[in-house]
Write a protein that binds this ligand. Structure first.
Ligand code: ZN
Ligand code: ZN
Length: 388
């Protein structure tokens, strides 16, 4: 029943690498065992290896023929600080850490493609295999780029893949333009004046001001941002130093902003600052406001995305490739690479037929091994087509 893929003969290897990575999860920038294994396997395939790129990152370089065309394929290697709650034979052997985002599968899939391409003579040019650390932090792509990734490995374009629950197994979803949102974080500290709970007139109550502010922040998306645009403002923490009969002197409010466009991010930041200033002024409180950019939006370029979707159709058929799909408010640090190079990020459906969806970052999550050959075939076909 299983369709024959170009990389079918590598299925058992990819699965055993994947299960090995799954048993030994490592957090961002600590992927020492994982990157050593990646480097060792690549070397065994005959791929030139550059280790220690941006910390624990590894780059494989495979040249065939005389063409100076090139492309880069990227996989992420890090795990999450989650206690695995499965009974799988390959479950995590490290307490408090697990591959709950499927990066074990992304790494094994790209290794399978490297193994295949090293043996193949069906392309002319250079393939760079980027094995990236620390995607979950949103720091790994930048660390590799700060370490000269695109100067040392000057690729024409860059492609990335992530498995995705809620999409049927092996179906592709991608789109031209914005696909995944940015993530910004903010922190507002309101300094009031603490006092006895029975004598509020003696102080400045930062809880009342903070509560007004939380409600006011809800109107940024609905009343400041153009309704045609997409944005989210979420308050995630509200911390005070008050107690049962003591009005606090300070409130700390933290939260998270998602959007697809830098201008919208700037607009939200400005609107937030104006609301904090306005609310605090009503009672004479002071405040500090800080706003940081954690992830940039992931924005696909048109030509690369169209061609990637054509390749996907060649593997799984037109009905299983969604060219207008994949848009999510989640974030992905591959966006940093797409700011510098044309390319495409796409999702590969992870849901097994007839089974309930288990979301990314869930303690029950496991990468679907059926994607190993589909994903590796996609990488192989992309290389053979782009580097004809
Ligand atoms: Zn994740
Ligand atoms: Zn992930």
């Amino acid at each position: 029943m299983t369709p024959q893929y170009k990389t079918s003969d590598l299925f058992n290897d990819m699965q055993s690498w994947r299960h090995d990575f799954h048993r030994h999860p490592e957090l961002g920038f600590e992927e020492h065992r994982t990157s050593a294994k990646v480097a060792e396997l690549l070397t065994g395939f005959g791929v030139e290896v550059h280790a220690g790129v941006g910390g624990t990152g590894v780059v494989g370089v495979l040249r065939k023929g005389a063409s100076n065309k090139s492309l880069a394929l990227r996989a992420d290697m890090d795990a999450l600080p989650i206690e695995e709650a499965t009974n799988l034979p390959h479950r995590s052997q490290t307490s408090g850490k697990m591959h709950a985002c499927g990066h074990d599968g992304h790494t094994a899939t790209l290794l399978g493609a490297a193994a295949y391409l090293a043996q193949s003579s069906d392309f002319d040019g250079t393939v760079y295999f980027f094995f990236q650390p620390a995607e979950e932090h949103g720091r790994g792509a930048l660390a590799m780029m700060d370490d000269g990734l695109f100067e040392r490995f000057p690729t024409d374009a860059v492609y990335g893949m992530h498995n995705m629950p809620s999409i049927p197994q092996g179906n592709f979803a991608t789109r031209t333009g914005p696909m995944m949102a940015c993530e910004d974080n903010f922190e507002i500290v309101i300094e009031g004046k603490g006092t006895h709970a029975a004598m509020p007139h003696m102080g400045i109550d930062p809880i009342v001001l903070g509560s007004e502010l939380v409600l006011s922040l809800q109107s940024i998306v609905s009343r400041t941002v153009n309704p045609i645009e997409k944005a989210v403002v979420s308050v995630t923490e509200f911390i005070t130093d008050g107690s049962r009969n003591i009005l606090p002197s300070q409130v700390t409010i933290r939260g998270d902003v998602r959007a697809f466009d830098q201008a919208i991010q700037d607009q939200i930041k400005e609107a937030m600052n104006a609301r904090v200033a306005g609310v605090c002024a009503t009672q004479g409180a002071t405040y500090t406001f800080s706003y940081s950019h954690e992830f940039v939006a992931t924005v696909n370029t048109a030509e690369e995305t169209e061609r990637a979707a054509d390749i996907a159709e060649g593997i799984v058929g037109e009905a299983r490739v969604n060219r207008e799909g994949g848009i999510v408010m989640g974030s992905e640090d591959f966006g940093h690479m797409l700011r510098h190079k044309p390319g495409c990020f796409f999702f590969l459906g992870n849901d097994k037929p007839g089974e309930q969806t288990i979301g990314l970052h869930s303690p029950q999550f496991d990468f679907n091994d059926e994607l190993l050959t589909v994903g590796a075939d996609f990488w192989v076909s992309l290389v053979e087509s782009e580097l004809k």
